[in-house]
Ligand binder design. Structure first.
Ligand code: GTP
Ligand code: MG
Length: 273
């Protein structure tokens, strides 16, 4: 056994970590970082050219962390510059603008770009991802609600925060939790600890809710072909009802999804002889 004094010294060892920001152009990546590091907000849009680099020191529990922040440009034009910087990241801020649906829907392609650049040997499970639903101060133009954003994030084991670089809402809490998850991961031998909030629902439930929200009609919602029989509709309904029943499913949005499925079944059965 090691002497307690050695352990205490090790516990205080400083850490160097690398984090990157990802997300479409103009969603607020640079402003989120500026709000945290410089405590100010710049209303004028100054597009990041390729990449911005900065260093900050933070304290997490008994450790001093030196954070190297690589703030990526979201514009597709800068892909060639960005792709150099994915490797060795320990934390990723995935940012979207709650007033722009396409910026939310682009999160998957940002993950794809990252995976591609990191290569097949990279272990995504050792990276902490935090999703920032940004610009929540502009509540009137909001089109992606909290449930939808949270579901996307938590079903992947990512942290989720509502933020505003303009008002400062959620920024400190988000960074505190982000850095502390990175330290947890380092202390856990490089494996991301399972986020508490992901407990209680499965990826299948989360994906199904997302599919239901974006389905184009009642057939699509139940996952049956147009013209399906009563039996086929009922069979599909029963499967979804078991998966999404509010008594069994605690995923955000499950109640609405369940109601939508009940309505879809009723609509379809009305028109099937
Ligand atoms: P790229 O560098 O091009 O990838 O963009 P970015 O994601 O870094 O966006 P940036 O931080 O430069 O912000 C884009 C615009 O959105 C600027 O005009 C900001 O002032 C504005 N903005 C950023 N965050 C917020 C926010 O939380 N609320 C409001 N109202 N505006 C914001
Ligand atoms: Mg920027």
């Amino acid at each position: 056994m090691e002497p307690a004094a050695t352990k205490r010294r090790e516990g205080k060892k400083s850490l160097r970590v690398k984090v990157i920001s990802l997300g479409n152009a103009e969603v607020g990546k640079s402003c989120i970082i500026k709000r945290y590091c410089e405590k100010r907000f710049v209303p004028k849009y100054l597009a990041t050219i390729g990449i911005d680099y900065g260093v900050t020191k933070v304290q997490v529990r008994d450790r001093e962390i030196k954070v190297n922040i690589f703030d990526m440009a979201g514009h597709p034009f800068f892909y060639e510059v960005r792709n150099e910087f994915y490797k060795d990241s320990q934390g990723v801020l995935l940012v979207y603008d709650v007033g722009l649906r396409e910026s939310f829907e682009a999160l998957d392609s940002w993950l794809t770009e990252m995976k591609q650049e990191m290569g097949s040997t990279a272990n995504m499970d050792s990276i902490v991802f935090t999703v920032c639903a940004n610009k929540v101060d502009l509540s009137k133009r909001r089109v992606v609600d909290e449930g939808e954003g949270r579901l996307w994030a938590e079903s992947r084991g990512f942290n989720y925060f509502e933020t505003s670089a303009q008002s400062g809402e959620g920024i400190n809490e988000m960074f505190q939790s982000f850095f502390s998850s990175i330290v947890d991961t380092c202390e856990n031998g490089g494996k991301r600890p399972v986020a508490e909030s992901t407990a209680g629902f499965t990826k299948e439930q989360a994906d199904t809710i997302r599919r239901i929200r974006t389905s184009k009609d009642s057939w699509d919602m139940l996952g049956v072909k147009p013209g399906a029989t009563r039996e086929e509709v009922n069979k599909a309904y029963r499967k979804l009802a078991v998966l999404l029943h509010p008594d069994k499913c605690v995923a955000p949005g499950s109640e609405d999804a369940f109601k939508a499925v009940v309505n879809a079944r009723t609509n379809l059965l009305k028109n099937i002889k």
